[in-house]
Design a protein around this ligand. Sequence first.
Ligand code: COA
Length: 166
Amino acid sequence: MKGRHPMIDTALYPGTFDPITLGHVDIMKRAKRIFSNLIVAVADNPEKHPLFSVQERIEIIKEATREMDGITVSSFSELTARYAKSINALVIIRGLRAVSDFEFEFQMALMNRKIEPTVETVFLMPNEKYSYLSSSLIKDIARRGGDISCFVPDIVKEKLAQRYSK
Ligand code: COA
């Protein structure tokens, strides 16, 4: 967009994405209406004992967002705020599904601002139909043979079916 500082055009959407759901994709689409470049970054946080490796999560997100322009997928293991600064993203995008997300997100946003005062957090609300989704619920349903088609991109359905058939 003309006249805007180029750095403002880049936003970082960090998360565990284990795996990405249509709720995450919905947030990405909303962020893309505001920012030209969206860096979706997989947090390397082994303490969450993710089902998919960082590389697998990156590949899954790339496939799920294949038809969206201006999305770059990466990973990081440093502090989110520092990573944002290092890639010239002045905004961190976070999704708020319900009031219950607020307290933790508020705390993280303030801590991130303390770490990097020039980086702001912007909250976006997903479509209500995804407000009760979480990656853990999706994995639980898939593991027990339930239908997750309306909650995840096709690639996630495939990968979960492969993983749980082993
Ligand atoms: N649709 C569906 N599900 C969503 C969602 C949406 N729009 N938004 C969040 N969720 C779910 C996720 O699926 C996930 O579910 P799970 O707990 O069942 O796996 C849960 O909400 C949390 O999601 P996520 O957005 O991945 O947050 P997180 O808490 O796993 O990750 C980080 C948060 C990675 C941003 C944070 O831990 C971080 O910044 N880590 C890096 C280290 C750091 O900087 N620490 C200091 C922070 S102040």
